[in-house]
Ligand binder design. Structure first.
Ligand SMILES: Cc1cc2nc3c(=O)[nH]c(=O)nc-3n(C[C@H](O)[C@H](O)[C@H](O)COP(=O)(O)O)c2cc1C
Length: 345
């Protein structure tokens, strides 16, 4: 079974859904002594199998497969659905941004985790991590039987204690600085919004399994600070987005490097769940507008996000990034790992 002691560097390249985590990125990080992760959130089993096989052909190092734990979701009343459709339909963008009529999707609203995870049992990555909640016990048991270590995201002590009680091997402590979706279990519950170091210290005090810090960690000094706060390793997402091997869109990379004054904000407008990204026109237009629950809103905005990526328009894509994105560095992943290593020393 994977343990953090195997790592040359206590670094996990964060799982990032949406095409960012190419097999080349994952393998480069694993070959450099860290953990390379895939974000398989919405991916179909065939793609998951292909990505795991492609990365394994490039590295014998540790690979992590990450999944969302979707919760049952109900559509709101027809009036709210109409308002959400109008909010998207009234955006000041080209008519072809939404191919066909804007309609609310029908069930199933999200992929079946048991189907998605089948390739994991075949390809046996070293780690399996979950975002938004705790998967069924049989999944944790099966991973352990196959020698796969299991981790889950927590944003507060109570979620971390539930994760530990579920038999996880480590906890990803995701602070408020983190880019991408916030891993809160209950979207409508009050959010303590703890920062990464404060959360790491609290979890290290209350939990007995390893803690991995995530959120706003960009250089070796930040990794040291997380370890001094009680973390066993650090999970960096934004720091890897501008790597040569990253599949982030051209506009995403451009805004990370050149649009530092915009800052990042937390919005539900893209997916229905709170997520942090670089502020843009879409986020501004959607303030106060009707938004459908996760992941229905995500499906609804999918064609617009694809159109924006295809036309290199950064104003209508989700430019997920942490608060520290202005410290992004563009270089090959192996060089970034080497740089982080020197900075830690
Ligand atoms: C583009 C992007 C996509 C992300 N997608 C996922 C995901 O699919 N699963 C997940 O557990 N975390 C996801 N995250 C969150 C990361 O795991 C991690 O918490 C975050 O990147 C840490 O903050 P940082 O971006 O400031 O390093 C994503 C983050 C980013 C930036």
């Amino acid at each position: 079974m994977f343990t953090f002691k195997q790592l040359t560097l206590p670094i996990i390249q964060a799982p990032m859904a949406g095409g960012v985590c190419t097999p080349e990125l994952v393998a480069a990080v694993a070959n450099a002594g860290g953990v390379g992760s895939f974000g398989f959130a919405y991916s179909a089993p065939k793609k998951i199998a292909e990505d795991l096989a492609a990365a394994r052909a490039l590295t014998t190092g540790p690979i992590n497969a990450n999944f969302f734990v979707f919760a049952p979701v109900a559509l709101p009343d027809v009036g709210t659905q109409q308002k959400a459709i109008s909010a998207l339909g009234n955006l000041p963008i080209a008519e072809d941004a939404f191919t066909g009529d804007l309609t609310v999707p029908s069930e199933p609203f999200y992929p079946d985790l048991n189907e998605q995870i089948a390739p994991v049992w075949e390809h046996k990555p070293d780690m399996l991590t979950f975002h938004f909640g705790i998967p069924d016990a049989h999944i944790v048991d099966k991973a352990h039987a196959l020698g796969i270590a299991v981790g889950m995201t927590a944003t507060c002590v109570s979620d971390a204690l539930a994760i530990q009680a579920a038999g996880a091997d480590f906890i990803v402590a995701q602070g408020i600085e983190a880019g991408g979706h916030r891993g809160v279990f209950e979207v409508d519950a009050a959010d303590e919004e703890l920062n990464t170091l404060a959360l790491t210290m609290q979890l290290a005090m209350h939990c007995s399994i390893p803690i991995v810090s995530a959120g706003g960690i960009m250089d070796g000094a930040d990794i040291r600070a997380a370890i001094n706060a009680g973390a066993t390793a650090a999970q960096l997402g934004t720091a890897f987005l501008c790597c040569d091997e990253s599949g982030a869109s051209a506009a995403h990379k451009h805004y990370l490097i050149n649009e530092d004054k915009r800052g990042s904000v937390i919005t539900r407008a893209f997916s229905g769940r709170p997520a942090r990204g670089i502020d843009n026109a879409y986020i501004k237009h959607m303030q106060g507008q009707a938004i459908l629950p996760f992941p229905i809103q995500n499906t609804m905005t999918g064609p617009m996000r694809k159109w924006a990526a295809d036309t290199n328009n950064g104003e209508y894509q989700s430019l997920w990034a942490g608060t520290q994105y202005h410290r992004s560095r563009a270089m090959p992943a192996a060089e970034l790992m080497q740089t982080l290593s020197s900075e830690m020393a």
